[in-house]
Design a protein around this ligand. Structure first.
Ligand code: NAD
Length: 380
């Protein structure tokens, strides 16, 4: 029997992305899946209901969820949404398990099979399913545009009748997926770009994009290509070298993160005090508390009427059409190998990618990282 896939409206405040776009809907239809979407759910991404051919639209969520075998979402399912879902269905979404213990408990109680998009393994085969990367590259691009808008200077060098304008100096801290896209975007806008990361492998990547790599002498490669947390000595060494570059920057885009940990504090209050008047910090690490000690996640303010500190949240959602298209493709690439000829979904739990992002199954938390999460729903 064909799987019934359901796409509800995203209810989280400010979430403009949707987990389906017309192109992916067409491909899923061709593979035999039956699709229903909440009426008007994609309007926040500028897609109209009629853009989705062969997709049923349903106004009432109770009706929508009643027969759903498979649910695609962007934000983790809420308790209210889970309560409307039938037992034993499959949900594919970002899950933020550590922040959502009640959701985890309910998914176990209802024997929901859940796949967490942030847990898709970062292996070559899974690159087309990697929603962390697709959304981070949008964040890197948008972060630079935000910085350019808040900046008090041009990014490119300009020769004008009123004199020559020197290019802006942009400093990128953290050269993962977002940082690399930020370097490329700032270069395209004509800025002089410097970049820094604790992983020495990033030097070559920075230079290949035309940026200058800042060598602090600290190398902190961790497991799986990620960074590890720095020791106090390493932090001091990093700060000593970075301070000079921070003081000369017109715009800083910071993206540094360590999986499962709060964002490392790299830009101290003293460093901000030393920055140029009119400089800007766009702290893309705000979701994890920020890379600057002064960042207020979700807020923009002027520090001592000199430096603008911007702490945007859900940056990928600021570019909803492409963010939704890329995310929907990631979802499609993850599940489509497991759709049978008659449109049924039969996940293979032995598959590396599926087992890597499988969070709950048959009433239990099965992901190693979250097995010990307090199942009572209370704070640990
Ligand atoms: P991330 O969002 O976890 O972190 C962003 C960057 O911050 C990282 O480059 C990290 O090294 C850096 N960082 C951490 N602490 C720092 C500090 N104190 N100072 C300066 N920089 C600091 O990273 P990400 O974008 O998710 O990418 C992490 C790694 O995963 C990269 O090596 C990337 O190439 C790799 N990756 C692999 C695949 C794949 O093979 N499928 C896909 C995506 C990413």
């Amino acid at each position: 029997m064909p799987t019934r896939l359901v796409i509800p409206n995203e209810t989280a405040p400010g979430e403009r992305r949707i987990a389906l776009d017309p192109g992916v809907a067409k491909k899923l239809n061709e593979s035999g899946v039956s699709i229903a979407m909440q009426e008007g759910a994609a309007l926040s991404s500028y897609f109209k209901d009629e853009d989705f051919s062969d997709v049923e639209t349903v106004a009432d969520t109770t009706v929508l969820y009643k027969d759903a075998d498979l649910i695609f979402k962007v934000q983790p399912p809420t308790v209210d949404e889970l309560n409307q879902m039938k037992d034993g269905c499959t949900v594919v979404s970002f899950m933020a398990p550590h922040k959502n213990k009640e959701m985890m408990k309910l998914m176990c109680d209802k024997k929901v099979t859940s796949l967490a998009m942030e847990l898709v393994p970062r292996i070559t085969r899974a690159q087309s399913m990697d929603a962390l990367s697709s959304q981070a590259s949008i964040a890197g691009y948008m972060g630079v545009l935000m910085g350019a808008q808040l900046a008090s200077v041009f990014f490119p060098m300009l020769t004008t009748a009123a004199g020559t304008i020197r290019p802006a100096k942009v400093l990128i801290i953290g050269v993962g997926v977002a940082g690399l896209q930020a370097i490329a975007t700032a270069k395209r806008l004509g800025a002089i770009v410097e970049a820094y990361d604790v992983r020495s492998a990033t030097r070559e990547q920075v230079e290949s994009l035309g940026g200058k790599f800042i060598d602090t002498g600290v190398s902190a490669e961790g497991e799986g290509g990620y960074a590890r947390e720095l020791t106090d000595e390493e932090k001091q060494q990093q700060q000593d070298v970075l301070a000079k570059h921070i003081s000369m920057a017109d715009v800083i885009i910071s993206t540094a993160a360590i999986p499962g940990r709060p964002s490392p504090k790299i830009i101290s209050v003293a460093m901000v005090d030393d920055m140029k008047t009119g400089a800007v910090i766009v702290d893309l690490a705000s979701e994890g508390g920020g890379n600057c000690e002064l960042t207020k996640p979700g807020e923009t303010f002027e520090y001592k009427e000199r430096v603008t500190i911007h702490g945007p949240l859900n940056v990928a959602g600021e570019l909803p059409i492409h963010a939704s298209e890329m995310y929907a493709k990631n979802l499609f690439n993850l599940v489509s190998p497991f759709i049978t000829e008659d449109g049924d979904l039969k996940l293979d739990f032995e598959d590396d990618v599926i087992s890597g992002c499988l969070l709950t199954l048959d009433g239990a938390i099965v992901h190693d990282q979250y097995k010990n999460l307090n199942k009572s729903g209370g704070a640990e």
